[in-house]
Structures are given as structure tokens and as C-alpha cells.
Design a protein around this ligand. Structure first.
Ligand code: GDD
Length: 333
């Protein structure tokens, strides 16, 4: 049994990870930030998490990646044997609007947490959620652990700094510090301002007559979209490996934003071309044309392969939105 600390526990990946760890009998601690509105909807909606909070197997602690003393305190109190570091500002477009905040949380936040681990629990295992965004406009396809890195947005630059720190702390201090170079991974728990959730939600609401149009920035970029719970299994395999290393987690397939729209709207009996409106408000100053990952190393060394197809992913996301239709909130970007 591990005592696991998760940063980003209230996000998509953190909630799936907490659920899976609790199901396997582990003790889970989550870092949560102070905010005027409690952002624990995903956790509270999961019966296993609600039950674990009641019986003390899941504990939430206030701390902040911009506050070293809170991280030091938290790590000293919890004394985790495993840490999954998933938190940080992770929206690519928002990182152009909040570059300094992104660098502070996503980049320096990782440094602060690694220092807290090094000083207090150097024997603990540390996992970083890194990203395919570090490759920028990729120099080769598919992208693997050896593909050259060349970030093209502030978020990717911050994540590359974080990944480099993981490598430094592994080499310099012998920490069991590892990373997943994660390609896009989606689910009904995705934030509403990421494109897959936005499309699934828009399709369901338009089909129900609640809205008429869906505004998107562009239809052409292609992404390697996986199923988040598959990716979370991969994270656990990386952290549980014999030696600390970095691994690409991806499906090896790529589809365009337009492909996602086509399938999502077809699922609800509509033609997306009659409802999707291109809107410059959602376009980015620069965008990656295509990502496609090569997870051969994870398959060979960890036995990890994704199990969910693109069609299953789209179908599950649209179905979830249809079930949630009595939610009165308007679709957001
Ligand atoms: N969010 C958003 N909103 N994206 C749009 C829209 C829109 O209205 N219209 C088109 N897109 C395009 C984006 O320009 C991008 O090319 C693609 O849809 C995917 O956008 P996101 O869903 O926002 O994801 P991302 O690829 O930028 O980044 C996600 O995946 C990375 C790799 O795992 C995020 O989860 C990152 O944090 C993560 O590192």
C-alpha cells in the first residue's frame, strides 16, 4: 500500500487516478487550492471518492504551487511514498494570456515540489505529467522520447522546464523522478474549454434544441487523442517501473478537430457543417499542425498499450453530455 500525494487531484486525470488508487486500497492525499468557488465537483461526484473522504482514506489539503512553504509543510506532514504531480496551468491558449502565471505554476511549481520532496522524502517516487506540446511543430512523425523538443507556446516552454528538472533531480540527487510525455487524453471529465469536451457538449445541446451553433477556432489541427483512464493506467505503470525513466503515452493515431466534430455530430444525427462556426476568438497565435505519438517504449518496457478507440472515446463523451442535459449551465469556451 502506498501513501500517495496527487497535485491536480480535482482535475480530469487526478480524479481518475484517485479513484483507481482508492479502489486498490491505497491512501490518497490531494493538494487543493483555495478558490472562491470550491472546485471539487469531479471528486464529489465519484461515490468511491466521497466515501473515502468520509472514512479518511482520501484527504484533501490546502496548498499552492506558488507557495514553497505550503508545499514543504504538506510533504512533511503527509510523508508520501508516491507523488503524482499533475497540477499547473495547462491550457495552451490561456498560456498566451497568462504566460508568467503559467511559468510560475507549471514550471517553478515543479521545482518547488521537487525541492520539498528532495529535502523531506527523498526515497519517494515522483511522477510528472509532461506533454507532447514540448515537441512544438514536430521534427518527425510519430514522436517518441528521442524526438527533438522545440516548444511554441508558453505552456510548452514551462512544461519542458519541468521535464528537464525531473531529469536533473533524477541524475543529480538519485531521486526516483519519472515523467509521462502525455499526448492529448480526453473523457467526460475534461474541462469544458478543451476542444473535445466543447464539441461533445455542443453536439448534445444543439441536438436537444438548447443551442444552435458551436464556435471553434479551427478545424484543421490533428491530435493523437487517447482515453484519459488509459493514460492514467500508463502513469501508474511509469511510477511503478523498475527504474525511473520518461515514457511517451499515446495511441499512435491522429485525427483532426473536424474529424472529431464529424463523428460527434453524426452520433446525435446532425451534420456538423450546419452548426460549427469558425471564430477567431478561439484561434491561437500559433498552433501545432499535427501530433502523433509512438508509445513503443511504454509497450515494450511497461506492457502499456491504450485500449480505447477514437470512435469509442467520441461516443462515450457525447453520451455523457446527453445524459447531463438537465444541467442548466450554458456551454462555455
Ligand atoms: N480549446 C479549444 N477551443 N481548442 C480549439 C478550439 C476551441 O474552440 N477550436 C479549435 N481548437 C484546436 C486547438 O487550436 C488545438 O489545435 C486543438 O483544438 C486541441 O486543443 P485543446 O483541446 O485545447 O488541447 P491542446 O492540444 O491544446 O492541449 C491539450 O493536450 C496537451 C497534450 O496532452 C491540453 O490538455 C494540454 O494541457 C496537454 O499538454
Amino acid at each position: 500500500m502506498t501513501r500517495t500525494l496527487i497535485t491536480g487531484i480535482s482535475g480530469q486525470d487526478g480524479s481518475y487516478l484517485a479513484e483507481a488508487l482508492l479502489a486498490d486500497g491505497h491512501e490518497v492525499h490531494g493538494l487543493v487550492r483555495q478558490a472562491s468557488i470550491l472546485q471539487r465537483g469531479r471528486l464529489d461526484a465519484i461515490p468511491a471518492c466521497a466515501a473515502a473522504r468520509a472514512d479518511g482514506r482520501l484527504k484533501l489539503h490546502y496548498a499552492d504551487l506558488t507557495d514553497s512553504s505550503s508545499l514543504q509543510w504538506l510533504v512533511r506532514q503527509v510523508k508520501p511514498t508516491a507523488i503524482y504531480h499533475l497540477a499547473g496551468q495547462s491550457h495552451v491558449k490561456v498560456s498566451f494570456d497568462l504566460p508568467e502565471y503559467t511559468a510560475d505554476t507549471t514550471g517553478l511549481g515543479t521545482l518547488r515540489l521537487l525541492e520539498a520532496v528532495r529535502q523531506n522524502v527523498p526515497e519517494a517516487r515522483f511522477f510528472l505529467a509532461a506533454t507532447s506540446e514540448i515537441f512544438g511543430e514536430p521534427a518527425e512523425s510519430p514522436q517518441s522520447e528521442t524526438t527533438p523538443v522545440a516548444p511554441i507556446n508558453p505552456y510548452a516552454a514551462a512544461k519542458l522546464y519541468a521535464l528537464n528538472l525531473v531529469r536533473v533531480y533524477r541524475r543529480a540527487y538519485g531521486l526516483f523522478a519519472c515523467a509521462g510525455i502525455l499526448f492529448n487524453h480526453e473523457s467526460p471529465r475534461r474541462g469544458e474549454n478543451y476542444v473535445t469536451r466543447k464539441i461533445a457538449r455542443g453536439a448534445a445541446r444543439i441536438a436537444a434544441g438548447l443551442e444552435k451553433e458551436l464556435h471553434l477556432g479551427t478545424l484543421t489541427p490533428r491530435r493523437d487523442w487517447g482515453w484519459a483512464p488509459d493514460t492514467v493506467e500508463g502513469m501508474r505503470a511509469i511510477l511503478g517501473a523498475r527504474r525511473a525513466d520518461d515514457y511517451v503515452l499515446a495511441t499512435g493515431e491522429t485525427h483532426s478537430v473536424g474529424d472529431f466534430c464529424e463523428l460527434a455530430f453524426r452520433t446525435v444525427g446532425l451534420d456538423y457543417r450546419e452548426h460549427v462556426v469558425l471564430d477567431p476568438e478561439y484561434a491561437r497565435p500559433v498552433d501545432i499542425t499535427e501530433t502523433r505519438g509512438d508509445a513503443t517504449k511504454a509497450a515494450r518496457e511497461l506492457g502499456w498499450t491504450p485500449r480505447t478507440t477514437f470512435a469509442e472515446l467520441v461516443g462515450r463523451m457525447v453520451d455523457a453530455e446527453r445524459e447531463a442535459l438537465d444541467d442548466p449551465r450554458p456551454a462555455c469556451d
